[in-house]
Design a protein around this ligand. Structure first.
Ligand code: ZN
Length: 144
């Protein structure tokens, strides 16, 4: 199992929830997280405007600045199946599923490492976004 950088990984959760809340889209279907820079791909219907990029960046930074606790809990598979899309979870986690919560902001099944509090993350910056064939790619960095 690949271990992601905890700060980037927690940021990805916040970015996903921000996209859901702002645009009603799904969580990113593909991502590549590195310590220095990362990207997330979303199914989307158009490119973002510069103003929207700024709004997303501001919103993610406001959530980070709230200093939300990042916690985990385990729930059984049947309960998880009713609440979340668990189709992407690895097969060995069949009995129970780990749900990672970022304060009251985001909650999703995840097996990676996260920070304990969003105050540990730093400042989120969108580098660029692009759009092609129904896929919106957001590239971002963290200023630590
Ligand atoms: Zn995670």
């Amino acid at each position: 199992m690949k271990q992601y950088d905890p700060q980037m990984h927690t940021t990805e959760h916040i970015l996903n929830q921000t996209m859901i809340r702002m645009f009603g889209c799904e969580r990113s279907f593909s991502m590549h997280l590195e310590k220095k820079k990362s990207k997330c791909d979303f199914r989307f219907d158009r490119p973002l405007t510069g103003e929207e990029e700024q709004l997303i960046q501001d919103k993610v930074n406001r959530v980070i600045a709230l200093g939300l606790p990042v916690t985990e809990k385990h729930i059984d598979m049947s309960e998880a199946g009713a609440l979340f899309d668990i189709s992407k979870l690895p097969e060995q986690s069949i009995d129970s599923v780990r749900i990672v919560e970022v304060g009251g902001y985001d909650s999703c099944p995840c097996i990676g490492e996260h920070v304990e509090n969003t105050s540990e993350i730093g400042a989120f910056r969108i580098s660029t976004t692009s759009y092609e064939d129904g896929v919106l790619r957001i590239r971002f960095k963290i200023d630590r």
